[in-house]
Design a protein around this ligand. Structure first.
Ligand SMILES: [Zn+2]
Length: 150
């Protein structure tokens, strides 16, 4: 199953129940030039249709950057804007994101990353990635959280 739209494609993951058979989303560049950005939820990359065959402009690490069952990660573009986001809450009891998971992504070409959590502050942040450089130092228009970006 897949739902294809002008800005997003939603795909059904094909892994085993619980974490690996939900929905994943490819966000698409509205200008039509940039490579898609993949949000997998908790699914392993191997369970996400097309995740291993596309070059991606951005990636939200599977399962908050938790332990990976397979070390391979999707391919990153080399535009200089590609980022992997580790989305987790600061101080989470699972210790997301795992150092080995970060290393796996780095080894796979995701050399630049953003985190929504930090052990240095109890407050989370948003993370901004996209197809064009964004203005720096902006906050969220909807709440008082900062937006991690670089
Ligand atoms: Zn906000």
């Amino acid at each position: 199953m897949a739902i294809a739209g002008p800005l997003v494609d939603v795909v059904k993951c094909n892994g085993e129940p619980r974490n690996h058979n939900g929905l994943a989303m490819y966000a698409k560049d509205p200008q039509g030039y940039g490579a898609p950005i993949l949000l997998t939820g908790d699914a392993d990359y191997a369970a996400v249709p097309r995740a291993q065959s596309l070059n991606l402009g951005g990636l939200v690490a599977s399962h908050h950057g938790g332990r990976m069952r397979h070390p391979s990660v999707p391919r990153a573009t080399t535009t200089g804007l590609e980022r992997v986001v580790y989305s987790y809450g600061p101080g989470n009891s699972y210790n997301h994101a795992f150092p080995q998971t970060r290393q796996n992504h780095h080894n796979g070409g995701w050399t630049m990353s953003l985190d929504t959590g930090s052990n240095a502050t109890p407050r989370p942040s948003h993370a901004a990635i996209g197809w064009e450089p964004l203005p720096l130092g902006i906050g969220c228009p909807d709440c008082d959280l900062q937006i991690a970006q670089t």
